[in-house]
Every structure is written in structure tokens, then in C-alpha cells.
Design a protein around this ligand. Structure first.
Ligand code: SAM
Ligand code: SF4
Length: 485
């Protein structure tokens, strides 16, 4: 087994209440031994390095960004660029950025600052949400940057790269007004055991705190035929797990002749021969229907995990946030899942300290944790963002108070998770093995519910395998056990 497969178990045991904000894309990894290759991946390999030019891409933010980087890398490799492991080795250095909170944006500017005196001869580019948000301002703040391109313009990347190659100094792709999606001939796959497929881009909601509609543009879905073709190709090269992506994945509406809704697509992807697990993220509560729960109940390949961000437990704050549902409506949908014949794990996002959030509103978020019984939450202090309607709202909550509330919320959730995970001791789960820590003799993987399981076994070469694990111990974030077959 290739050494690159070995992922430390501890790296999977991260704090579940915080999301990583930057990841450097690894070098393209070889396909798993024994799996069939396909022409797309072969094309990527063949093209790599043909021009003698190299690139490095660092990704900040969400899974959508991770996958966009895989596609951008595919575009570059298709044009003969070779991926390298450090920015200093690269001719073209790209930052695929996030601007969801101020801290994420600051990190990108710090990274750009590193090139102030070193950029000589290199092309530095800024992609993603910060690129769209700051536009040509980036050239003012970091004159050594040559490319600024938001995700709604990625389909123009080949043209933009042409312009750079023929000596263009400052090229931009900042058009937001589009009904097109980013289709690539080649997508580099950085994840070996689970593959992303974007099914919907942009967002048509207008949550008061959120930059996404301004950075990713209007909602546009990909034709179901294109999604299914991609799923079949992934199954052909050996992927058994697929994760469907979209900022509001369940708002999906097939623009093709079938006119499918999200649930139709979900069932069809789960039906692709060779696919054993289908995940999807992020679901918007407004578009979350009973049919989705029924599909999870009846189709074993659909993972029994739903990420359903609530943002606040107070209907008053939800209204101020323009979330389009009340606490009661949200909890009704949680009720559908709790009544389902399959155990469905639910996770959520919560914002603390939205302007005007009173002690009573905050209590509402705490009591919602009790009512919803989440398996995990991602909790954030509200961060005022440009181009959002909440930016200048009165009654801002002081930072110290936000921190105080966040700590209380996280502690309440930790207690809930500890109790929930403790109840799973003695159960047996199917685990998709995706990590190995040889020094400790421990393997790691995920249940269909997306719970992290660390386990011991007498077997070898388990990566990518689905195994049964009996749970003997639990912590707030993980389960521990032994393989039973
Ligand atoms: N589309 C998803 C939804 O509607 O729930 C959320 C996508 S957003 C990229 C990811 C999360 O970032 C949100 O669920 C929210 O909790 C958080 N977030 C977005 N804007 C924020 C802000 N201004 N301050 C703090 N957290 C924010
Ligand atoms: Fe942002 Fe709201 Fe759209 Fe989610 S639904 S991406 S929070 S505007």
C-alpha cells in the first residue's frame, strides 16, 4: 500500500466545533492498486508536465472550495502544467480563498504578503470568494498578484491562463451574472476513497449575514445526465463513496428534460452500480422534504446523516437573519428524522452573537441543542461581512460576550455528544476504512452516519474496505472498537 494513504488517526479526531480554514492540496495521488484507470485520469497524467510549467494551489474554506481546486488543478494539468508540493517550486501559485468570516479573509492577505519580495518570475493568482469580494482591489493591496477570478467565472480559466501565458499582467474573471456551471474535461481527485460531485452552484437565498450569494453568484444546477455520467465514471475507477455538493444542495432542480428534484437525483446516484455510499451537503431547512427522509429510510446506499444548519434557536433571530423558517418549523423537520425507521445522525451550523441576540435568544439556541440532539455542530461567532444586509445592523454583540456564549454552547453540545456516543457502546457498525496509524496499530473510518470510528484488527490492508466494527468505548467525538469480521 502506498505510504500516502497513511493518515494519522489523530488528524481525524479534530475538534468537531471548528472547521479547518486552509488546506494545501496534496500532489496528485495514484489510483488504488487493482482498480481500473479511465481515460480522464490517464489524460491528466499524460498532460502533466508537457509544457514544463508547474503549479501549486492552496485551498481555504469549505468542501465546495476543495472540489473547485480539484477541478482547477484538472484544467491546469490538461494544459500541461505539473503539480508541485510547495509554492516555492511552482511557476503558478494559486490561492483558492474563503471570505465567509473576516478571519478567513485575513489569512489569505497574510499569505499574499509572503510574496511581496519573492514573487519575482512567478504568477500569483487569487481564486474563490475573496477574489470575487475584493475584485481588482487585490491588485492594489498586493500588486504582485496577476490573476483574480471568482468561482462563477472558472469556466473562463483556460482563456485567462492563455492571457497570462502571453504576457498578461493583470487578468480578471469577476462576472457574476451567469447561468453556467463549471464543467471540466479533467478533474484531479485528491481524495482517494470518497469523491465529490458538485450538483448545484451559487445561492438564491439572501441570509442577512452571508457573503455567498455575492461571491458565488445565482443558483444554477447541473443537468442530471452530467451528474450521473460523472458518478458512473467515478464508480468505474473504483470509487464506492460519493459526496454531492452544493451551498444549498437540496434546492437542486434538474435543468435537463427530466426536470428532476433533488430526491430523484439522490436515488439515481445511489443506484449507480458500484456506489455503496452517497452523502450530500449542505441542506437548507427550507428545501428539506419528507421525501428525502423516506429516500434515506428505503435506500441503504444513502448515508443516514443529514447536515441541516439551523443558525439560531430563536425564531426572532432567524427572522432577522432572513432564514425563511421558524424554530418550530425546523424542529418539525428534525422530528421527521427522529421518527424514521433508520437512525439518522444530524449535524448543524450555529451562529452566536448575531446583532441584537438577547440572553433569551441565546437560551433558545441552547434549548434547541437539547431538542435536536445533534451528533456534532460547527459553531461560529458572528462576523460582519461586506455586501451583507446584517453588516450595519444595530446592537452588535461585544466580542467577549460572543466568546462567552460560544464556550457555553460548545460545552452544552459536548455533554450531549458524550451522552449520545456513550449509548452506542456495544453496537456494531459498518465502517468505511480511510485511515491507518501503523505505530499504534489503529485503523480509522466512518460509519454511514459519518461517525468517526477508530479500531483494532488482526487483518492488514484495510484501506478502502468496508468492515464491521463492534464499539467498546466512546468519547465526545469518536467511537473505539474492534473489527468483528
Ligand atoms: N448554505 C449553508 C446554509 O444555508 O446553511 C451554509 C453555507 S456557509 C458557507 C457555512 C456556514 O458559515 C453557515 O452555515 C454559517 O453558520 C457560517 N457563516 C456564514 N456567514 C457567517 C458570518 N458572517 N459569521 C459567522 N458565521 C457565518
Ligand atoms: Fe449563505 Fe444562506 Fe445561501 Fe447558505 S442559504 S449559502 S447561509 S445565503
Amino acid at each position: 500500500m502506498n505510504k500516502q494513504f497513511d493518515i494519522g488517526v489523530e488528524s481525524l479526531n479534530g475538534d468537531t466545533v471548528a472547521q479547518p480554514e486552509s488546506r494545501q492540496a496534496p500532489l496528485p495521488l495514484p489510483l488504488r492498486g487493482g482498480l481500473r484507470n479511465n481515460s480522464r485520469e490517464q489524460a491528466a497524467d499524460a498532460g502533466a508536465g508537457a509544457t514544463g510549467k508547474s503549479f501549486f494551489i492552496e485551498t481555504f474554506g469549505c468542501q465546495m472550495n476543495d472540489h473547485d481546486s480539484e477541478k482547477v488543478a484538472g484544467v491546469l494539468q490538461g494544459r500541461g502544467y505539473r503539480a508541485v508540493g510547495t509554492p516555492s517550486q511552482a511557476d503558478l501559485v494559486l490561492y483558492n480563498t474563503c471570505s465567509i468570516r473576516e478571519k478567513a479573509a485575513q489569512k489569505v492577505f497574510a499569505r499574499l504578503g509572503d510574496w511581496k519580495t519573492l514573487a519575482d518570475g512567478k504568477i500569483i493568482g487569487v481564486l474563490g470568494c475573496l477574489a470575487q469580494q475584493e475584485g481588482e482591489e487585490i491588485f492594489e493591496r498586493a500588486p504582485w498578484v496577476s490573476l483574480v477570478c471568482g468561482s462563477a467565472s472558472y469556466r473562463k480559466l483556460p482563456d485567462l491562463i492563455d492571457q497570462l501565458e502571453s504576457g498578461g499582467r493583470r487578468v480578471t474573471g469577476l462576472d457574476l451574472d451567469t447561468d453556467e456551471t463549471f464543467e471540466t474535461d479533467i478533474t484531479r481527485r485528491d481524495r482517494l476513497l470518497s469523491a465529490y460531485i458538485t450538483i448545484i452552484e451559487g445561492c438564491d437565498y439572501s441570509c442577512a449575514y452571508c457573503v455567498v450569494p455575492h461571491t458565488r453568484g445565482p443558483e444554477r444546477s447541473r443537468p442530471s445526465e452530467a451528474v450521473l455520467a460523472e458518478a458512473r465514471r467515478l464508480a468505474d475507477v473504483g470509487y464506492t463513496e460519493i459526496q454531492l455538493l452544493g451551498q444549498t444542495v437540496n434546492s437542486y432542480r434538474d435543468p435537463g428534460p427530466r426536470g428532476w428534484r433533488f430526491v430523484d437525483l439522490l436515488r439515481a446516484v445511489a443506484d449507480v452500480p458500484g456506489i455503496r455510499r452517497v452523502r450530500f451537503t449542505t441542506s437548507h431547512p427550507n428545501d428539506f422534504t419528507r421525501e428525502i427522509v423516506e429516500a434515506i429510510e428505503t435506500v441503504p446506499a444513502l448515508c443516514n446523516h443529514v447536515h441541516l444548519p439551523v443558525q439560531s434557536g430563536s425564531s426572532r433571530v432567524l427572522q432577522a437573519m432572513r432564514r425563511t423558517y421558524t424554530r418550530e418549523e425546523y424542529l418539525e423537520k428534525i422530528g421527521w428524522m427522529r421518527e424514521a425507521s433508520r437512525d439518522i445522525s444530524i449535524t448543524s451550523d450555529i451562529i452566536i452573537g448575531f446583532p441584537g441576540e438577547t440572553a433569551e435568544d441565546f437560551e433558545g439556541s441552547l434549548s434547541l441543542l437539547d431538542a435536536a440532539q445533534y451528533d456534532a455542530i460547527f459553531s461560529f461567532k458572528y462576523s460582519p461581512r461586506p455586501n451583507t444586509s446584517a453588516k450595519d445592523m444595530p446592537d452588535a454583540i461585544p466580542e467577549e460576550e460572543k466568546s462567552r456564549r460560544l464556550a457555553i454552547l460548545n460545552e452544552r453540545q459536548r455533554q450531549i455528544q458524550t451522552a449520545r456516543y456513550e449509548k452506542l457502546v456495544g453496537s456494531t457498525f459498518e465502517v468505511h476504512t480511510d485511515a491507518h496509524h501503523p505505530a499504534r496499530g489503529v485503523w480509522g473510518g466512518r460509519t454511514s452516519c459519518n461517525r468517526l470510528v477508530n479500531f483494532s484488527t488482526t487483518r492488514e490492508s484495510l484501506l478502502g474496505q468496508y468492515v464491521q466494527v463492534k464499539i467498546s468505548r466512546a468519547s465526545a467525538n469518536a467511537l473505539f472498537g474492534e473489527q468483528v469480521e
